[in-house]
Design a protein around this ligand. Structure first.
Ligand code: ADP
Ligand code: HMS
Length: 572
């Protein structure tokens, strides 16, 4: 029902990123950002339940619950609770977790409190490499529909089914106790509404991009294929879901319990969940054939197009094309890089090793001074490296890097690939390597833009949002030079949360649709980075070297990896 009166109406967008959750209170009629709060997950901060060397990244639901209460309670204090008419959650994805028959996350139940397999398998977790290879091989050899065809034709270890297959094979206790599995964005929405799991409105965005959901085969891949993938999934498939809903729809109202815990009322409508990048694209004022780059630990590149113009085209090597995953009524297309800011964070962690492992043996400064020095260095390192990297004369440094430190997401997912750096000399400096890493994440972005255009999806403009877009002018200028395109940066510091707030405003009936909400609540663009013609030619030449380096590394890796593929064929 339309909430057309002119009384004050506020909405809250809750954006769960990789390291932190951000809540934003927004005036639903004007888009004014009234209050925001950030909470860094406590257990994740120390990588509890993770094993990076084995690509295991798990997050405990208590981190999510604590962050929800802290940040929403804080922003909700700014206006009367009855004026907060809607709330929406966006999260990372695919970040699925097992739940019991009541929809309680398994890690919140007795016996599973400290079991990483009972927690949310974070998007960047790549423990399901073999399972993803099986999905791809069997999707093309089983004799039926290729259910990967709307997912870019290559299923990733970062996604829903590969992760579930891996966990049910690894951990029989979890496999038996898991009544269902839910994406993080769906689980938060279920928690807030207290809905019945069997009738809960699952996210079209999540299911379409990561779970091979498509209307043309009636929803999720048919049971025969899922059982062909892994017989242990037979019963689970029947307990999952068929229908999905776009993020402008209401999933329910805030429950009595969560109204009290958050300082809100049960009149607050909770929208269907979505992924951070897709919500961010709405706030980034995406329009047909714009690419919104959500640049954080990773990147997601979001494009929308009129469904009728894309027609039956299947865009190869991206993270899926899904009707209504961004703007209902339009096709949402996703690509991205598994490491963007994370590649720079990796280098910072490398340089911090002596601070974390040698400094403690120093007798020169006290433990308190050591801790203060570590904190100060951690906060300053990337900024100081950036300043020095900007002074590096490209002609004096041939250092070249690949951005595959966490695998390659797109184009053509291959999470088995790894990072590489070449042309190191005795004179190579940390700023020169940092600059090469910045160039690498920009070259990886260029590969994606070129893939869309090769596949017949024109990219008319590039818009930047996310932490890196707002924090690093150097990365953004390098990106503009490498792409040889202007990069428009959105004003909002919390674009995904603002996009979620827009979804919430539609679900609560303040606006009739997402495009209207986008126009009423959008905050425009802060600055535009224009390509520097003097740099474009140099970067183009180095980009071609990056491509050649990538082909070499992938060829070597595939030769190593081919045995696994051959083994799989024997098993089929
Ligand atoms: N000054 C900076 N220059 C480049 N990257 C930065 C800078 N400050 C933070 N980052 C990177 O931003 C990323 C975090 O992005 P953000 O959007 O805040 O989080 P999330 O990806 O979890 O949503 C981290 O990978 C971090 O390395
Ligand atoms: O892949 C998706 C969404 O499809 C993202 O959630 C994932 O890359 C994580 O994004 P962040 O780097 O945490 O912003």
């Amino acid at each position: 029902m339309q909430n057309t009166d002119s009384t004050a109406a506020y909405v809250i967008g809750v954006d769960y990123g990789t390291d932190s959750v951000r809540s934003l209170l927004v005036n639903a009629r004007t888009g004014e950002e009234v209050a925001q709060a950030v909470h860094y997950y406590t257990r994740w901060k120390t990588l509890q339940y993770c094993n990076p060397i084995h690509n295991q990244f798990r997050q405990h639901p208590l981190d999510y619950i604590e962050g929800l209460e802290i940040t929403v309670r804080k922003v909700a204090q700014s206006v009367p609770a009855e004026q907060i008419v809607g709330l929406a959650v966006d999260t990372t994805g695919s970040t699925p977790g097992p739940v019991n028959e009541h929809g309680v996350a398994l890690a919140l139940t007795p016996g599973f409190e400290d079991n990483p397999n009972a927690m949310f398998v974070l998007w960047k977790d790549h423990t399901a490499l073999e399972e993803a290879a099986e999905v791809n091989l069997k999707a093309r050899t089983w004799g039926g529909e290729d259910f990967t065809k709307f997912e870019g034709g290559i299923y990733s270890s970062e996604w829903f089914w590969a992760k579930i297959m891996h966990i049910v094979r690894e951990d029989e206790t979890v496999a038996k106790a898991a009544h269902s599995w839910m994406e993080h964005c769906d689980w938060m929405t279920l928690l807030l509404t207290g809905s019945d799991l069997a009738h809960f409105k699952r996210s079209r965005c999540a299911a379409g991009h990561k779970a091979m959901w498509h209307e043309s085969w009636g929803g999720l891949p048919i049971e025969e294929f899922i059982v062909h993938l892994e017989p242990k999934l037979a019963e689970l498939r029947g307990r999952l879901f068929q229908e999905t809903y776009t993020a402008d729809e209401a999933a329910g109202n805030l429950s009595e319990e969560w109204g009290q815990r958050l300082g809100l009322t049960t009149n607050t409508v909770v929208a269907v969940g979505s992924f951070d990048a897709h919500a961010g694209a709405v706030a980034g004022e995406i329009e047909a054939y714009s690419m919104v780059k959500v640049m954080g630990t990773s990147t997601c590149d979001i494009v929308v197009a009129p469904s009728e113009e894309v027609g039956g085209k299947l865009v190869q090597g991206i993270c899926g094309q899904v009707d209504g995953s961004v703007i209902p009524g339009m096709l949402g297309l996703e690509a991205g890089q598994s490491a963007f800011g994370d590649l720079l964070a990796w280098f910072r962690q490398m340089l911090e090793w002596p601070l974390n492992n040698v400094l403690s043996s120093s007798s020169v400064i006290t433990p308190e001074q050591q801790a203060a020095l570590r904190e100060e260095m951690s906060n300053k390192l990337i900024v100081e490296l950036t300043k020095a990297a900007a002074q590096v004369n490209p002609a004096e440094s041939a250092v070249l890097a690949l951005d595959w430190v966490n695998g390659r997401r797109t184009p053509d997912a291959n999470q088995g690939l790894k990072g590489a750096i070449m042309n190191l000399t005795m004179g190579t400096s940390a700023p020169q390597i940092f600059r090469a890493l910045v160039e690498a994440i920009c070259y990886g972005s260029k590969q994606i833009v070129e893939r869309f255009e090769q596949e017949g999806i024109p990219i008319k403009q590039v818009i930047g949002i996310g932490g890196v877009a707002k924090k690093s002018a150097f990365v953004m200028q390098t990106l503009a030079d490498v792409l040889n395109r202007p990069i428009k940066i959105a004003v909002s510091e919390q674009a995904p949360a603002l996009g979620a707030a827009m979804y919430a405003a539609v679900a609560a009936g303040v606006h009739p649709d997402v495009l209207t909400a986008q126009k009423a609540m959008g905050s425009g663009f802060a600055e535009t980075y224009e390509p520097n013609p003097a740099s474009v030619a140099d970067y183009q030449a180095r980009y071609e070297q990056y491509q050649a380096f990538g082909r070499f590394v992938e060829d070597v890796t595939l030769r190593e990896g081919e045995v696994a593929e051959t083994t799989l064929v024997d098993e089929v």
